[in-house]
Design a binder for this molecule. Structure first.
Ligand code: SF4
Length: 226
């Protein structure tokens, strides 16, 4: 039977959005801890985000709004939300690094300010320790905003259970991120393909399972034997 209202179609229409090619010189903290070759491909060969992935992103945003409600609630007086969706921008020579910090949270008990990055996950057991990509993102925010305490909050989508990790500021990791931005810019502007780091290291290879450019990357590897 054909439904009177096709809600799948309505949801897709509602979430549909234009995608724009990325601009060389403008980079993002959320990406910099990941495979540099993948980021490079995303500048050279932009791909449309399919409707299933747009829905997953939207669900993540809905969960983020839920955490904001929890932090703002009168029922949670031990924390105070100072700000959310804090814009972030730093300039490194001709490079602009910009993003948005999910929440700036003040924990009243310790009179201490924390930057909080919220990540939704479908499997909390898989988030038993901070993900290196997420940690580098948070280090970049702490470095740029001068708030030197971070929290990485993983929230399971279908249970609302969470794991939280306290992340102290590590200047060396923030410097490593800055170095990576410079290297990425050089590769993008000089049209030099970076090495497939994720594919070459056991601990990073999981990133290839979520990569839109896996086939292209492997073909390149066969050509050059890497
Ligand atoms: S397939 Fe792996 S190594 Fe290749 S670009 Fe993607 S993440 Fe990087």
């Amino acid at each position: 039977m054909i439904p009177i209202i096709d809600f799948d179609r309505l949801i897709e229409q509602h979430l549909r959005r234009e995608s724009w090619p990325k601009t060389p010189g403008r980079y993002y903290p959320s990406e910099i801890g990941g495979c540099m070759r993948k980021i490079w491909y995303s500048y050279k060969y932009p791909v449309e985000i399919d409707s299933d992935r747009i829905k997953i992103f939207h669900l993540g945003n809905m969960l983020h709004d839920f955490i904001v409600d929890v932090l703002k609630s009168e029922k949670t007086p031990e924390v105070e939300l100072l700000n959310s969706e804090v814009p972030f921008k730093i300039q490194i020579g001709e490079i602009t690094v910009s993003g948005r910090v999910d929440d700036l949270l003040l924990v009243k008990a310790e009179r201490k300010e924390y930057l909080v990055e919220v990540k939704s996950t479908k499997w909390l057991e898989g988030a038993k320790e901070p993900n290196t990509v997420h940690e580098m993102q948070l280090q970049m925010y702490m470095h740029g905003l001068g708030v030197y305490n971070g929290l990485l909050l993983y929230l399971e989508k279908n249970t609302l259970k969470s794991n939280v990790f306290e992340i102290p500021y590590k200047p060396a990791l923030a410097q490593e991120a800055l170095k990576r931005f410079r290297a990425l810019h050089e590769h993008v502007t000089q049209d030099k393909l970076p090495l497939p780091k994720a594919r070459l290291q056991d601990a990073l290879r999981w990133q290839c399972s979520y990569c839109d450019y896996r086939e292209k990357c492997e073909q390149e590897g066969q050509r050059k034997n890497i």
